[in-house]
Design a protein around this ligand. Structure first.
Ligand code: GRF
Length: 198
């Protein structure tokens, strides 16, 4: 059975597009069922529509600090599409343990660092600041702790002497677009052993 994948975004959605394009292959074990954004102006919404994927917006702002009520709406938006897997793809909201538990073992995230290094924000600046010779990207299962959970795939990107956070981010993003689809294919087929992409 083809796995149904919900993709959650907050921005341009380039990772979402990479996932959707890969899932368009006839032999793929998964297919996108809905793209949800918490940001009404997110550029990724139009890109999803252009790909023929249903979209929904669940704006977090009217919910203020009430994460649970925002997440209830998010779950409601996804429910009709009955996703087997949820891919967070540049989704910039922290999820509560209760929400994560609802989808335990079914939710993936992409994070632009070699976890467990540099959880949270500004990962590229922190890697350069630390004098690291490699940055990179991780796809992991989502657990209640931020940017934690089992690692399903990683890829390294060399940090060159002239790199700035922006140039490194560009290099890493290009690798994100290869790693996330490769990991989703594996996870949708039941393979969760870490993939090390070169
Ligand atoms: C990516 O760098 C992702 O790792 C980070 O946010 C960015 C999202 O880009 N969490 P996009 O919306 O997929 O283009």
């Amino acid at each position: 059975m083809t796995k149904r994948v919900a993709i959650l975004i907050s921005g341009g959605g380039s990772n979402m597009v990479a996932l959707a394009r890969d899932m368009a292959a006839p032999d793929h074990p998964a297919a996108p069922c809905i793209v949800v954004s918490n940001v009404p102006s997110a550029g990724g919404l139009a890109r999803a529509e252009a790909l023929g994927i249903p979209t929904a917006v669940v704006d977090h702002r009217p919910h203020g600090q009430d994460r649970a009520s925002f997440e209830a709406k998010l779950a409601d938006a996804m429910a009709p599409y009955d996703p087997d897997l949820i891919c967070l793809a540049g989704f910039m909201r922290i999820l509560t343990p209760d929400f994560v538990e609802l989808f335990e073992g079914k939710m993936l995230n992409i994070h632009p660092s070699l976890l467990p290094k540099y959880k949270g924000l500004n990962t590229h600046a922190r890697a350069i600041e630390a004098g690291d010779t490699f940055g990179g990207v991780t796809v992991h299962g989502v657990t209640a702790a931020l940017d934690d959970g089992p690692i399903y795939g990683q890829a390294r990107v060399p940090i060159l002497p002239d790199d700035t956070p922006d140039t490194l981010a560009d290099q890493v993003l290009a690798v994100e677009h290869r790693l996330y689809p490769a990991v989703l294919r594996r996870v949708a087929s039941g393979v969760t052993a870490p993939l090390h992409l070169e």
